[in-house]
Design a protein around this ligand. Structure first.
Ligand SMILES: [Zn+2]
Length: 224
């Protein structure tokens, strides 16, 4: 059992560095449940769902993508419920789908994807629902405020704030660009300004342990 409780109604399935699997999460409202990110593969999301069932928790009704990258989106075809993403995320996934060389190139250059999939087939799917810039979802007692943020990681980064619990999901927005992780100062500074204006107590990034707001801002300023 890997599932960890963040609050009474939010749990996280922590990141796994060996296969570069990102943190997945479930936010449980009175009326519906929302997952953050689909995961790297059918196996990845299947293990998350197994832990949810073992804990007596429901599977998600809605899954929101933080950005298009494979480790966050390639399990879209295997999720429970509907998927939601910002329009730029859908566009990037469509471009990847239509590029016959994309998957062979990724498998030959990214050891983590090769390790996740071994010889299994990769399936790219598109999100069911698309929004522009921001979207608010009422879960019943809890809300998910999904919004685009500037980032030097990709130009399609979405953060998700659960204001009632002070929890902010970052995805990979605090990283530099794949594959060299080089930070572009302009979007990075804009991101820091954006995060400084948000009221949160815990920030959950996809490949890091949770940060407090102070820890997160100190970490980001040290990277400038
Ligand atoms: Zn990423």
């Amino acid at each position: 059992m890997k599932l960890e409780k963040l609050t009474d109604d939010i749990c996280i399935y922590p990141f796994e560095p060996d296969r570069d699997r990102p943190t997945l999460s479930l936010i449980r409202g009175f009326h519906r449940c929302l997952a953050v990110d689909a995961g790297h593969s059918r196996e990845h999301v299947g293990e998350f769902y197994h832990d949810l069932k073992e804990s007596g928790l429901p599977l998600p009704d809605i899954t929101v993508l933080t950005h298009w990258h494979w480790d966050h989106s390639f399990a879209l075809h295997a999720i429970s419920g509907v998927s939601v993403a910002e329009r730029r995320t859908r566009r990037k996934l469509r471009e990847a789908m239509e590029d016959a060389e994309f998957i062979p190139r990724l498998l030959s250059t990214d050891e983590y994807v090769a390790r996740e999939y071994e010889n299994r087939k990769i399936t790219i799917s598109l999100p069911d629902i698309v929004f522009d810039e921001s979207l608010d979802i009422d879960l019943g007692g809890l809300h998910a405020h999904c919004f685009h943020v500037p980032s030097s990681h990709t130009n399609d980064c979405t953060c998700i704030l659960i204001p009632e619990r002070g929890v902010l999901y970052l995805g990979d927005c605090i990283s530099g660009a794949y594959p060299d992780w080089i930070i572009d100062p302009l979007p990075f500074e804009k991101l820091i300004e954006t995060l400084e204006m948000i009221d949160f107590t815990v920030a959950v990034g996809s490949h890091w342990p949770p940060f407090s707001q102070e820890e997160l801002l100190a970490y980001l300023r040290s990277n400038l």
